[in-house]
Ligand binder design. Structure first.
Ligand SMILES: Nc1nc2c(c(=O)[nH]1)N[C@H]1C(S)=C(S)[C@@H](COP(=O)(O)OP(=O)(O)OC[C@H]3O[C@@H](n4cnc5c(=O)[nH]c(N)nc54)[C@H](O)[C@@H]3O)O[C@H]1N2
Ligand SMILES: Nc1nc2c(c(=O)[nH]1)N[C@H]1C(S)=C(S)[C@@H](COP(=O)(O)OP(=O)(O)OC[C@H]3O[C@@H](n4cnc5c(=O)[nH]c(N)nc54)[C@H](O)[C@@H]3O)O[C@H]1N2
Ligand code: SF4
Ligand SMILES: [Mo]
Length: 767
């Protein structure tokens, strides 16, 4: 590996000064309110801050740019947002801006020496910027020239498949639709997205077993559930308003079962900041049963639960399983039954890390219940066997007939606010034939049918020289992807890297021979085209499509909307050969929605329905009790638990989010609920593993991964003793991404195994 790359590609290794506090047993409350206000007013000023917050998640306002948790369909509270939504708005609404003079004063190398936290705090990018070959500083460029340069690079490639078009999950439906249309008319399906690293495993598992790659649950279902199981998700930080829904579910009598290697504060208890009780610090206990699984112990645990449910039904036939549902709607039950009967409960318990008695207690709860919801996120999707683990969730739900009825179903809780919508709009490297045909019929040209590269394949392609131009619609590709130094080499191997961005990030600083930064409007910004105010729309985690209308004056008049950027890029690149009227889309987003209506199922009368307060639900076959699989039935799946064997000096590491970040955007250095302050270079370890390695709290260690015979090192991490299962440890994403091997991916979904990294922890030797 090229040592010179290290400082630029990675966060600096210095410490910021760890302070430790108590691990919290509940989330939100007054401290969350204080944190929201401090962030927003600090960045945006009071009047701009108040305006932004007053319109956040309102039916006629803008959709929260942070996570994909839905807003209530009915009446919305005055403050329909959470601390982390407010932080995301603060980050975007900031008045600090970066013009060409800032870049003239600071070289790329100088900026790369800053931490991600410092880089993010610099402000909004205020004009288009260009880094010429061999230059040390970005300089101003006109929009016109920027588009010409990209068009020139794209049009001189020997094949359109040598260009890669990444998308993060904030891009609106309208911009995403135009972007994929442009990319496909240009001639490739190289449309990797953040979903490849996120819920891809869920999409594959649910698509294969239930016939739709999305969850089936609506918000109201949570209020009617008898049991809610939450696996591999930290909602107190990552989907904070889910806690309000869980609180309501509990008040209606639901039991909550949390399955996580960590006792996450938000899962344990909740002080609702919108209720006086909560502000005063009176906590609702949320979790009834906490199962502290080992990392990746979930498949074994779910199989053990399935086995016990089947056993209980054998004893009293028809009282536990929904045999009618199973007979009428599924295939593969007999095979699953005999497979699970052949497993030893003790072996499954051992593989999961949960004592047999606790598993029995959990299965006993489920025996008598009919309305069960299972929620999950990255704690399940980023492992080698992720797809099969998620299918094991489906097995349990199918055994209980808990899909396609009220108060029951699947709930993969999505990450980015429009990641689900981007997929619906066709941001996908493996488009279906039906999708392509529909576009072809509407637009009258033939689209490429061969599949494109996903995120991991894109990195290899750039590294090998099979791809030469990289364009990103949002995101921070370098820091979000695995094997940071390898990915850095891949990006630096490109002729041109282009980022459509709101804020400066590390991907701008580790670049191709030439590089461009195209500054765009954010979700909270007012979007005026052709003298008329425009709005966009997004799809949340529950398949609701809603309008989003920004309200703030953009920080610079040199920003373009994502839609306008795609239209101008498409016109510049495709010139007279295009069959699409890009100009008309740019002037009036209703016309984009009209074409979406014509081409994408579920969007009929898009313009009318998206204007209804609260938007509209997309069709979902599972909700209607249907399974659009090859057999029109739901499929039980059989998988075998295989345990990764660790050497004596190895631990299994998960890379997780702190409370003060949105993916690679670092809002602050605290992880309040976990009692970790002012430091991100920490490794959370079990006390026994620490003693075994003669380490104590506060010691400084280096972490290593040696997959594929290559050393990957993340240096200078502080050991924090934490209640985490033995042989497991945790670090923060993105600091530890350098350790995640590119070759370590989930079967079938190709998602990097960011929560299943084998590491050695070695005491640092002073330099
Ligand atoms: N404030 C904020 N909100 C966000 C984000 C953010 O960074 N900040 N990111 C957004 C995005 S893109 C996403 S995808 C989501 C992510 O939301 P989450 O999935 O909640 O995020 P992670 O921090 O990756 O947390 C995963 C959780 O899984 C647990 N876990 C890890 N491995 C295992 C395992 O093997 N089994 C089980 N059962 N649990 C495990 C961890 O302990 C942790 O609690 O949040 C979205 N919302
Ligand atoms: N080790 C490890 N790696 C992971 C994960 C993990 O849990 N562990 N999680 C994975 C997951 S779930 C995800 S989703 C990915 C996230 O990967 P990405 O989506 O690529 O990363 P983000 O950090 O969300 O991107 C932030 C950048 O997006 C830009 N941006 C923000 N808002 C807008 C906007 O409105 N428009 C445009 N054009 N740009 C905007 C800003 O410039 C900002 O710097 O990371 C993945 N990587
Ligand atoms: S729960 Fe998610 S979408 Fe809702 S306000 Fe909080 S961060 Fe925004
Ligand atoms: Mo995500």
């Amino acid at each position: 590996m090229n040592e010179e790359l290290k400082p630029a590609a990675e966060n600096p290794e210095e410490h910021t000064g760890l302070k430790k506090g108590k691990i919290r047993r509940s989330a939100a409350g007054m401290p969350a309110v204080v944190a929201s206000m401090r962030h927003v007013f600090g960045e945006a000023g009071v009047s701009r801050g108040i305006k932004a917050l007053a319109n956040l998640n309102k039916k006629d306002g803008f959709d929260c740019p942070s996570c994909a948790w839905p807003d209530p369909d009915d009446d919305r509270a005055a403050n329909e947002y959470c601390e982390n939504g407010a932080k995301a708005v603060a980050e975007e609404a900031t008045l600090k801006k970066l013009t060409a003079s800032f870049f003239a004063a600071h070289s790329v190398n100088e900026l790369a020496a800053l931490s991600d936290y410092e880089i993010g705090k610099k402000g909004r990018i205020a004009e288009p910027l260009y880094l010429s070959a061999g230059a040390t500083h970005y300089g101003a460029i006109s929009w016109e020239d920027a588009f010409k340069k990209i068009a020139g690079a794209l049009n001189t490639l020997p094949s359109p498949d040598e260009a890669i078009f990444y998308t993060s999950g904030r891009t609106s439906n309208e911009a995403a639709f135009l972007y994929q249309l442009f990319v496909r008319e240009y001639g490739t399906n190289n449309l990797p997205d953040c979903s490849n690293m996120c819920h891809e495993s869920s999409g594959v598992a649910l698509g294969e077993s239930l016939g739709i790659g999305k969850g089936s649950v609506k918000l109201e279902d949570l209020y009617e559930a008898e049991v809610i199981m939450i696996l591999g998700q930290n909602p107190g930080t990552n989907h904070p308003r889910m806690l309000t829904a869980l609180q309501k579910a509990k008040a209606n009598g639901a039991m909550i079962i949390s399955i996580n290697p960590l006792p996450e504060a938000g899962l344990m208890g909740f002080n609702n900041p919108q209720q006086l009780k909560g502000m005063l610090g009176i906590t609702t206990t949320l979790t009834d049963i906490f199962l502290q699984v080992k990392i990746n112990g979930d498949m074994a645990l779910l199989q053990a639960i399935g086995k016990l449910l089947i056993e209980a039904d054998e004893k009293q036939p028809g009282t536990v399983l929904d045999i009618d549902f199973i007979n009428n709607n599924t295939i593969g039950f007999a095979e699953l039954k005999s497979h699970l009967q052949g497993q030893r409960l003790e072996d499954l318990a051992q593989a999961s890390g949960i004592p047999v008695e606790q598993i029995r207690e959990t299965a006993y709860v489920l025996e008598s219940k009919k309305r069960i919801i299972v929620c999950w996120a990255m704690g399940l999707t980023q492992h080698k066997n992720a797809v099969d683990t998620i299918k094991e969730i489906v097995n349990v739900l199918l055994l209980k007939g808990s899909i396609g009825k009220r108060g029951a179903g699947t709930l993969p809780v999505r990450g980015h606010s429009n990641v689900q919508g981007d997929r619906t709009m066709g941001i996908y490297e493996k488009p279906s034939t039906a999708f392509l045909k529909s576009l072809e019929n509407n637009f009258g040209f033939t689209l490429p049918a061969h599949h494109g590269y996903d995120t991991v394949q894109s990195i290899s392609a750039m590294h090998d020289g099979r791809a030469k131009v990289f364009i990103a619609m949002g995101g921070n590709f370098l820091s979000a992807t695995p094997d940071t130094l390898y990915t850095a080499e891949a990006l630096m191997n490109c002729d041109l890297t282009v980022h459509v961005s709101t804020k400066l990030n590390r991907s701008h600083l580790v670049h191709g021979k030439e590089a461009l930064i195209l500054p765009c409007l954010g979700r909270s910004d007012k979007d005026i085209q052709n003298g008329k105010e425009q709005f966009v729309s997004c799809e949340n985690s529950m398949g609701v499509v809603q309008s989003s209308r920004g309200v703030l004056q953009p920080v610079s008049d040199k920003l373009l909307s994502e839609c306008a950027i795609v239209c101008r890029l498409a016109s510049a690149t495709l010139g007279s050969i295009t069959k699409v009227d890009w100009k008309k889309y740019m002037d009036d987003y209703d016309l984009i929605r009209d074409d979406i209506s014509r081409t994408i199922p579920g969007f009929s009368e898009y313009n009318r329905r998206v204007r209804e307060p609260g938007g509209f639900y997309l069709p979902n076959c599972n909700r209607e009790g249907q399974f659009n699989t090859s057999t029109s039935r739901a499929h039980f799946n059989i998988s075998t638990v295989s345990m990764l064997s660790l050497a004596d000096d190895e631990l299994l590491m998960m890379t997780i989010r702190s409370h003060d970040q949105f993916n690679t955007t670092i809002y602050g250095l605290n992880d309040r609920y976990r009692g970790i302050y002012n430091e991100r270079r920490v490794v959370l370890m079990n006390q026994k593993d620490m003693s075994q390695a003669s380490l104590k709290d506060g010691d400084v260690v280096d972490l290593f991964n040696f997959t594929d015979g290559k050393e990957r090192a993340a240096k200078n991490f502080i050991v924090v003793a934490y209640p985490i299962p033995e042989r497991c440890c945790a670090t923060y994403f993105p600091e530890a991404n350098v350790l995640v091997p590119l070759s370590s991916v989930a079967d079938k979904s190709n998602t990097p195994c960011s929560k299943q990294v084998v590491v050695k922890v070695v005491r640092s030797t002073p330099q």
